[in-house]
Write a protein that binds this ligand. Structure first.
Ligand code: FAD
Length: 332
C-alpha cells in the first residue's frame, strides 16, 4: 500500500474551492457609453472579480475599441482582462498579429470563438479560420513562439459551451463532441452561453463529464430584468426564455417589481448551477452594474479575501432600486 499523499492531507486543499467571479463587458460605441462603462467598471472592480471578459466583434469589427478598453483595464485598474477573440473572417496571419498584440498589452487569458457567420449568409472569406478549435491551435502556436516571454504566466484559453443546442449544430451531443475537441486542442476552460432553465447547466455538465470533458465549465448568467433584452437575446442566440418568466415580467406594475422578479430568477439560476458544482459564475452585464450587483448581493459566494479593495458586496440580500434609477438602467 502506498503511503497517504501529503497533498491530499494538506489543510489548505481541504473543503470547497473558492468560486470564481467574472463579468462580461463590451467595448463602448460612443463617448457617452464609455463614460457610463467606466462608472460600471469602478462598481464592478469593488467586488474583486477574478477577471472581466471583453467581447470582440465578429470579423474584428470593433478591434480598435476592444484593444483600447483592454489596455485601459490593464493600465488603470486592478482587473484582469479575458479578451474574447473571434476567428471568422480573418486569416491566420491577421489573427496571429492580433494575438501578439493582446499578449503585448499584458493579456494572459483569451476566449477563443468562431464568431457569428456573416449576416448576408455568404461564405467567410477564403483562407479564414473555420472553427474556434482552429483558433485555439493558433493561439497555442503563437504562445509557443513566445514561451520565453511568458515565463511569469502562460496563456489561459477559454471557449464557448452550450447548455442548449447551438443553432447551427445537429444536436446537443454534437455540441459536447465539439467541446471535447476544443479541450483536446488546448482549451483550459469554457464559459456557457446564456440559459434560462435551472436544470440546463447541470445537464450540460453531466453530458460533458460523461464524454470526457474535464475542463472547468463556468455558467454564464444574465440578469433577467429586461423584456426587450430577453427578446433580443433570444433572436441573437436562439435561446428561448421561459414563458412564465416573460409573463411575470410583463405583468409587473413597476420597474422595481420587474427588477425584483428578474433578479430573483437569475439568483435561482445561479444557485442551481452552483449546487450542480459550478466552479465559478460569469455575469453578462451589458455594461451595467446595478442588476449584476443585485444578483451578487443575494448570493453567498465563497470568495477568497484578496484585500485588493475595501468593499465587500457579498453582504446580504438587498436590492437597491436606486442603483438602477441612478444609472438609468430600469428594466424595459
Ligand atoms: P465553434 O466552436 O467553432 O462552433 C461553431 C459551429 O460549428 C457549431 O455549430 C459547432 O457545432 C460546429 N463545429 C465546431 N467545430 C466543429 C468541427 N470540428 N466539426 C464540425 N462542426 C464543428 N460572438 C462574437 O462575435 N463576439 C464575442 O465576443 C462573443 N462572445 C461569446 C462569449 C460566450 C461565452 C459565448 C457562449 C458566445 C460568444 N459569442 C461571441 C458567440 C459565438 O461567436 C457564437 O455562438 C458562434 O456562433 C459560435 O462560436 P463558437 O466559438 O462556439 O464556435
Amino acid at each position: 500500500m502506498s503511503p497517504p499523499s501529503l497533498i491530499d492531507a494538506h489543510p489548505n486543499l481541504a473543503g470547497a474551492a473558492p468560486v470564481a467571479l467574472s463579468y462580461e463587458l463590451f467595448p463602448p460605441r460612443s463617448p457617452a457609453a464609455a463614460e457610463s462603462l467606466w462608472t460600471t467598471i469602478g462598481e464592478l472592480e469593488a467586488t474583486d472579480p477574478d477577471y472581466v471578459s471583453v467581447t470582440y466583434g465578429s470579423s474584428g469589427s470593433n478591434h480598435g475599441t476592444a484593444i483600447e478598453l483592454i489596455n485601459r483595464l490593464v493600465q488603470e485598474t486592478t482587473l484582469r482582462p479575458l479578451a474574447h477573440l473571434t476567428c471568422v473572417g480573418n486569416s491566420p496571419q491577421e489573427l496571429a498579429e492580433i494575438i501578439g498584440e493582446l499578449l503585448d498589452v499584458g493579456v494572459r487569458g483569451i476566449l477563443a470563438l468562431r464568431g457569428d457567420q456573416p449576416k448576408d449568409g455568404g461564405a467567410p472569406p477564403e483562407g479564414s479560420l473555420r472553427y474556434a478549435q482552429d483558433l485555439i491551435e493558433l493561439i497555442r502556436r503563437v504562445e509557443q513562439r513566445r514561451s520565453a516571454l511568458l515565463c511569469a504566466g502562460k496563456v489561459a484559453v477559454g471557449v464557448a459551451a452550450y447548455p442548449t443546442r447551438h443553432p447551427e449544430s445537429p444536436s446537443e451531443a454534437h455540441d459536447v463532441e465539439v467541446l471535447m475537441a476544443k479541450q483536446r486542442s488546448g482549451a483550459d476552460f469554457a464559459i456557457t452561453q446564456v440559459f434560462f432553465h435551472t436544470e440546463q447547466y447541470a445537464d450540460l455538465l453531466t453530458r460533458a463529464r460523461r464524454a470526457g470533458v474535464t475542463i472547468p465549465i463556468i455558467p454564464g448568467v444574465m440578469p433577467l430584468t429586461s423584456l426587450r433584452r430577453l427578446a433580443r437575446l433570444a433572436e441573437l442566440t436562439g435561446v428561448e426564455p421561459q414563458p412564465e418568466l416573460i409573463e411575470r415580467l410583463a405583468a409587473a406594475d413597476t420597474d422595481a417589481e420587474r427588477i425584483r422578479i428578474g433578479v430573483s430568477a437569475t439568483v435561482d439560476l445561479a444557485n442551481a448551477a452552483l449546487d450542480a458544482g459550478a466552479p465559478g459564475l460569469h455575469l453578462y452585464t451589458f455594461n451595467e452594474h446595478a442588476a449584476a450587483l443585485d444578483v451578487l448581493d443575494k448570493l453567498a459566494l465563497p470568495r477568497p479575501r484578496t484585500g485588493r479593495h475595501s468593499g465587500n458586496r457579498n453582504s446580504g440580500a438587498r436590492i437597491d432600486a436606486s442603483r438602477h434609477a441612478a444609472t438609468g438602467q430600469l428594466a424595459s
